[in-house]
Design a protein. Structure first.
Lengths: 822, 506
């Protein structure tokens, strides 16, 4: 057992780590006292409010921008334009995202911002600004961009084995296509920043951001300041889901620019319409594929080209694509493979990170292939999946050995057992035979998800831990809280490591002047990285206190134990020193009671120029069995029961982890079934406009989508050697368990047709989509839109002229990747 | 115009202390006003009453009609702050403190009911309103952590699932207007089902035993705009006569969307939701009269299933948070072709009673709509009540086609009222929504049914006719082709569910 993963040997009832505790802010949440960035406005004197001037064209040249009429509106204080930028006019790190554009690149693009004494004044001021546009031809759909060969960034390929030989050796070859939608984050709290200028020109920005350091860097480069002159704080977020990893930066920069120009605090909060029309979403993808199977259904070869809809600028599209390519295998051994990725450039919002970060898209492709091919192979889809699981000694297509593949089989078998899948399958068959207008389906799908940032350099974390003279503890770390319970876990880690009761530890909001150079709280890595750093800081302090206690107890330091607020000597139960007393003594002995902690994930390497390496510290595993019922008259459906077994290592905080699994699953189900993101694709006057830019038109899962019967188990005895206290990351992987909902809908739709019908199901599988699928099945369609043989249907290869993916493409160009040679 | 009858300073009792409204612009929502007061627990998530993050509780007359009070959850983002003049409001801050949590807050906190916490104050208010609902009874779920499989009958289609009521009588529909993006809802359901009865000394429960806040006239002017709550119908009709630009509000579920999303700033807003003449409800042998300004929740509870088609409609109509404010008068008054009340009332062959200073007139609802958001209602008129003739047809159903079962807008809505006598269709009225510029009657389909036997053959032929009714469009909710298919399928479904009917529920 590694030092990092080993838990203190203390009774479970006093061990903070592993205990079921409520979210650290739960009492504040439920009483309305938890503060979010916009709640600070009423507590801030003389605040100005910002409102964007949004262009109503998908692509256009700006022929006139006259801000003078805005100043005639009472209460308008200032209009911010490109001329006001003292530093770099760029909201991103790739210099393709002007903060104030001279060309409109998507419908809703903000061309300037109005500051007013009230939000009303700013809104009216924005309406008064004269904006004249000369429309340009725009690409709105992915299909249009592919046809126009409009791509941006690198077109990487991962390959292994001999594709042609694999295809030639396959008894069955199929090919097909799939296009599926993205997803709006719809964090309940929209983007918000509040900036003011502190003394001596220091800029202080409070922002709802998953990446305070990058927000700080962008604010600094826009303002022409050094990072040391800008501080960013994030109290907490009302949801992030990846949507606040890159997208807050430009908005924070606008607020900060306004504050420096007016000398007054500036609040920039997007309303829901602005948030949906201006900020990026999960990438929709198009996939073309050709797959070969042997007579037993074992995959022999896969060739696929995945094209993501990147929107108007790159943002995080390249790393999202990389993760999609790295997860197109999901849980399956594919000996011969060529998988290529492209990012289309469309006139839409710039699509970005969203929980899973390409992983869900990659997995959707392979699960769709298996779901459509299984009937054509004469196999049950679940059996087809199981036969292709990774086995010991196999490596992924990018060269990383798959550690613990037995966990895949373990969760698979456990979910079949606890979910009584075989018995229910028979029950469903009986039900379907008796009900002509209502059909049920059940499907089990696995998840294998790699944990760590693909880009090795990002896998580091920092913390700052203070022990005050009264024995109270204050911790800070580089991660942000967006509801995922990171802060709760960090409190548990700190209390466990120091050996104090949980209520002795407090956590202060995330700020860049406490812990610098942090990575985004993203990639499910928040606990791994920051937990390692908090533990490191606490161990330094505990080590010093053990010395102090050893002297007091008359033993050697290695024989001191600090547990639940008491220092004792090994084997001597009577002699003990209370924590507060120990801390006080240490202070008077001039022992340092604070420490900075640091953690770097060991053993990672990745070369993005050739897409090979071992970028992930470990894989998270899970399996879900979902049963649905579909109404044959409407396509409407209900999720009757979901069973999940998921591997979170040894859970640091079971209630938190359970919440992540359940919440991730339902969010994934939303993406795959209900959430139907639409743009105006017509040639009419609103071409390119998001037509689902509100809660009344974009429907997230509500109570009616909660599985009626929802049973989640965390895998037991799942200790993970290489991670904090034996735990595993949990933020993203469960989202992909929701692929079982889609596959269950496919099964239920198939039940309306003949016994071996292959079903081509659109994504999202809205009631309408399910209805068309079951209607096709009822009319006798069996082929699932799949071409048999399909040699003529080869996916398009990468463009040899496309730029090589630079190693630095997840970061500023000054950052050097660490390519260690483990 | 009527004269002002009160000189009280406008103000709202919030969490037990009165806060003054003077100087608040009439277009200010209750949400923005509360937040400007430092009560930032209620959040803006969508600003159109679709997410519930802004939910608060308001004291209202009890639907039991016994003169007591009930706590009603409302979307604060939709209600003008001025409409709360003289009212009592409780927010999440007023329910409890971190040191002394309210039972609802306690259950939500310990069961993982909050993750990011942003939607939580709204959930807490919706849940607390249901916690205090008179008539909610039962025992809390003893093991709510155990996954709930209540009522999962292996052989019953899922429409029969009973998982929407807890063993403690908690109706999950109380939370149908609250969205959470983090939890997946299961822990919130468990928190709701774990609630017991309010304690004997619970001050909000005791408040319910007292009379509700009395309405009072309000006149609040600021920034060139005015909010008026007239003292009586005569004053309201006088204002309408003199000011054709006046915007009427009852539940203000449309007003809030116009203000928040469309930037509409009406110069004069007139609140009519407490006028007694618009709040009557009468059930007689030959008709049911429903006041236009009763909230849908009030109609739902006071009718208590008396009109089965409406009883089917209400749970599918928006959310509890909306139904607590929205009215039938408002739903018809806005004239939206996708409002859900119109198809049902068309099938019920209801009449609309319009009133103005010139007097009253009655218009069949089938003649009421004249075009997209156009109707025969003249400036100066308001909808006073709806009259549903009796006897009601024996076979009625409301079929709503939408992406989401709770709180969604119909792609297509079909309401049926069919009388089958001795196996033959005696009369048929079918109301449609979402397939034309106005709600409409499916006259051709009705004709294809009446006088024919209620058989598979008749229904198939009529379903083909129904599929051709209206002129549905493609939009983000559904394709035109799906809408047309759904029209036909709805009749097939009705027949499949009621193949032998000679009367109700055969």
């Amino acid at each position: 057992m590694s030092h990092l993963s080993q838990r203190p040997d203390v009774p479970a009832d006093v061990a903070p780590v592993g205990r079921t505790v409520a979210h650290e802010s739960a009492a504040l949440h439920v009483t309305g006292r938890a503060l979010y960035t916009d709640d600070l406005v009423v507590r801030t004197k003389d605040c100005l409010h910002a409102w964007p001037v949004q262009a109503a064209a998908a692509k256009a040249r700006i022929t006139r921008l006259d801000t003078r009429p805005a100043y005639d509106v009472p209460g308008v204080v200032r209009v911010l334009t490109a001329d006001d930028v003292p530093g770099t006019n760029d909201a991103g790190v790739k210099h393709d995202e002007p903060l104030f554009p001279d060309e409109v690149r998507f419908h809703g693009h903000a061309v300037c911002w109005v500051l007013g004494e009230t939000l009303e004044a700013a809104r009216l001021g924005a309406a008064a600004v004269v904006l004249e546009l000369e429309p340009l031809p725009a690409l709105v759909t992915l299909a249009e961009a592919i046809a126009a060969e409009e791509f941006q960034g690198a077109q990487p390929t991962i390959s292994r084995g001999d594709l042609d030989a694999g295809i030639a050796a396959s008894a069955h070859v199929f090919s097909g296509e799939l296009e599926f939608s993205g997803q709006e984050h719809f964090y309940l709290e929209t983007h918000c920043s509040l900036a003011h200028v502190d003394e001596a020109g220091q800029v202080f920005v409070q922002s709802s951001t998953q990446h305070p350091t990058e927000t700080q860097e962008i604010v600094a480069h826009v303002l022409g300041l050094a990072s040391s002159e800008v501080t960013v704080q994030c109290l907490r977020m009302g949801g992030g889901f990846g949507g606040k990893e890159m997208q807050p930066h430009g908005l924070a920069a606008i607020a900060a620019l306004g504050a420096t120009l007016t000398g007054r605090p500036v609040r920039l909060r997007l309303n829901r319409t602005q948030d949906i029309t201006m900020t990026g979403k999960r990438h929709g993808f198009h996939a073309e594929w050709r797959a070969g199977f042997d007579d037993d259904g074992r995959i022999q070869a896969l060739e696929a080209t995945l094209t993501s809809d990147g929107g108007w600028s790159l943002d995080l599209s390249e790393p999202v694509l990389a993760r999609a390519l790295c997860h197109v295998d999901n849980a399956y051994w594919i000996p011969n493979i060529v998988v290529t990725g492209r990012v289309a450039r469309t006139n839409k919002t710039s699509q970005t990170a969203f929980r899973g970060f390409g992983g869900p898209q990659g997995m959707l492709v392979i699960e769709d292939i298996l779901g459509r091919c299984a009937p054509l192979l004469g196999l049950d889809a679940g059996e087809l999946r199981r036969r292709n699981f990774y086995a010991d000694g196999q490596a992924t297509h990018y060269g990383q050995p798959v550690r613990h593949p037995e966990r895949l089989r373990a969760v698979w078998e456990q979910v079949h057992d606890s979910g009584e899948v075989e018995r229910r399958r028979e029950e469903i068959d009986r039900f379907n035979a008796e009900h002509p207008h209502t059909k049920r389906g059940i499907a089990v799908t696995p998840v294998k998800f790699g944990i760590s940032f693909n880009l090795t350099a990002f896998n580091q974390g920092g913390a700052l831990v203070h022990v005050y003279k009264d024995g109270s503890v204050l911790i800070n770390h580089g991660g942000t809280e967006m509801g995922q319970g990171l802060h709760t876990k960090m409190l548990q880690v700190a209390a466990s490591t120091l050996g104090v009761p949980l209520d002795r530890v407090r956590l202060a909001p995330t700020r860049t002047d406490k812990v610098p150079n942090t990575s985004a709280t993203a990639a499910s890595s928040g606990t791994d990285l920051n937990g390692g750093a908090v533990k490191d800081a606490c161990e330094q302090i505990r080590g010093r206190l053990e010395q102090v206690a050893a002297t007091g107890l008359g033993v050697a330091a290695p024989d001191v134990r600090i547990v639940d607020g008491w220092a004792t000597a090994l084997g001597q139960d009577e002699a003990r020193v209370a924590w507060d007393e120990l801390v006080r003594t240490a202070y008077f002995q001039r022992v340092q009671l604070f420490a900075a902690g640091y953690y770097r994930t060991e053993g990672l390497h990745w070369d993005s120029t050739v897409m090979r390496g071992s970028p992930f510290k470990y894989f998270s595993y899970g399996a879900a069995a979902t049963e649905v019922e579909v109404d044959g008259f409407t396509g409407a459906y209900a999720v009757r029961r979901v069973d999940i077994v998921h591997d979170v290592g040894d859970s640091l905080s079971p209630l938190i982890d359970l919440g992540q699994v359940e919440g991730g699953f339902v969010q994934g189900a939303g993406w795959l079934t209900l959430e139907d993101l639409r743009w105006d694709e017509s040639d009419g006057p609103h071409r390119g406009r998001v037509t689902t830019a509100s809660a009344s038109t974009y429907k997230l899962p509500s109570f009616s989508e909660m599985p009626a019967d929802f049973r989640v188990s965390l895998m037991e005895r799942a200790h993970e050697e290489g991670a904090i206290y034996g735990s595993k990351a949990v933020g993203e992987p469960p989202l992909m368990l929701a692929l079982s909902v889609r596959e269950a809908l496919r099964q239920a739709a198939a039940a309306f047709g003949g016994p071996d019908a292959s079903i081509d199901l659109a994504s999202p599988a809205t009631p309408e989509a399910v209805w068309w699928a079951l209607d096709a099945a009822r009319r006798g369609a069996v082929g699932g839109g799949v071409d048999v043989g399909g040699a003529e249907h080869r996916p398009e290869p990468a463009d040899p002229e496309a730029p090589v993916r630079l190693p630095e493409s997840e970061a500023e160009q000054t950052v050097e990747p660490q390519l260690s040679d483990v | 115009m009527g004269s002002r009858t009160s000189t009280t300073t406008p103000g709202v009792d919030v969490n037990g202390s009165v806060r003054v409204l003077t100087g608040t612009p009439p277009h200010t929502t209750a949400l923005d006003w509360l937040r400007s007061q430092g009560l930032t627990g209620a959040k803006e998530g969508c600003a159109e009453g679709e997410c519930g993050a802004c939910a608060i509780m308001v004291a209202r007359p009890s639907t039991t009609g016994d003169g007591s009070t009930e706590w009603v959850s409302l979307n604060a983002c939709l209600v003008p702050a001025a409409a709360l003049d003289g009212q009592e409001v409780v927010t999440a801050e007023g329910l409890g403190t971190p040191a002394a949590l309210h039972p609802v807050q306690q259950e939500m906190a310990v069961r993982g009911g909050s993750q990011c916490g942003y939607c939580t104050p709204g959930f807490v208010c919706s849940m607390a309103a249901e916690f205090y609902r008179s008539g909610r009874s039962g025992v809390p779920d003893p093991v709510p952590d155990a996954p709930g499989a209540e009522g999962l009958d292996a052989n019953a289609p899922s429409a029969d699932l009973t998982h929407e009521h807890g063993p403690n009588g908690f109706d999950l529909h109380a939370l149908s207007g609250n969205l959470c993006r983090c939890t997946g809802y299961r822990p919130i359901r468990d928190a709701a089902y774990a609630l017991g009865e309010p304690a004997a000394d619970d001050p909000l429960a005791r408040r319910c035993d007292q009379a509700p806040p009395t309405g009072r006239p309000t006149r609040l002017a600021s920034e060139g705009a005015e909010f008026v709550r007239p003292a009586d119908l005569a004053e309201a009709l006088g204002i309408l006569r003199d000011r054709p630009d006046a915007v009427l509000v009852a539940g203000s579920t449309d007003w809030g969307v116009d203000v928040n999303l469309r930037g509409v700033r009406a110069p004069l807003v007139v609140a009519i939701d407490r006028l007694p003449e618009l709040r009557g409800l009468g059930v007689a042998d030959d008709e049911v009269r429903i006041g236009a300004a009763l909230t849908l929740t009030e109609v739902e509870r006071r009718l208590d299933g008396e009109v089965p088609l409406l009883a089917q409609l209400f749970p599918q109509f928006a959310s509890r948070l909306i139904r607590n404010g929205a009215t039938l008068g408002g739903n018809l008054g806005t004239g939206s072709p996708i409002g859900d009340a119109a198809p049902a009332l068309l099938a019920l062959e209801a009449d609309v009673v319009l009133t103005s200073v010139a007097g009253e007139r009655t218009v069949p609802l089938a003649d009421y709509f004249t075009g997209y958001r156009q109707a025969v209602r003249e400036p100066g008129e308001l909808i006073r009540e709806l009259v549903v003739p009796r006897p009601l047809a024996g076979l009625t159903a409301f079929h709503k086609i939408a992406k989401r079962r709770f709180d969604d807008i119909s792609s297509v809505a079909v309401a049926f009222a069919i009388e089958v006598v001795d196996g033959v269709v005696d009369r048929a009225a079918i109301g449609l929504g979402g397939v034309a510029a106005t709600p409409l009657r499916a006259r051709d389909t009705e004709a294809a049914l009446v006088g024919k036997p209620w058989t598979d053959g008749t229904v198939r032929a009529a379903a083909d006719v129904l599929a051709g009714e209206g002129t549905p469009l493609d939009d983000h909710r559904a394709s035109a082709a799906y809408r047309s298919e759904m029209l036909g399928q709805s009749l097939l479904k009705l027949h499949a569910e009621h193949p032998l009917t000679g009367g109700a529920d055969a």
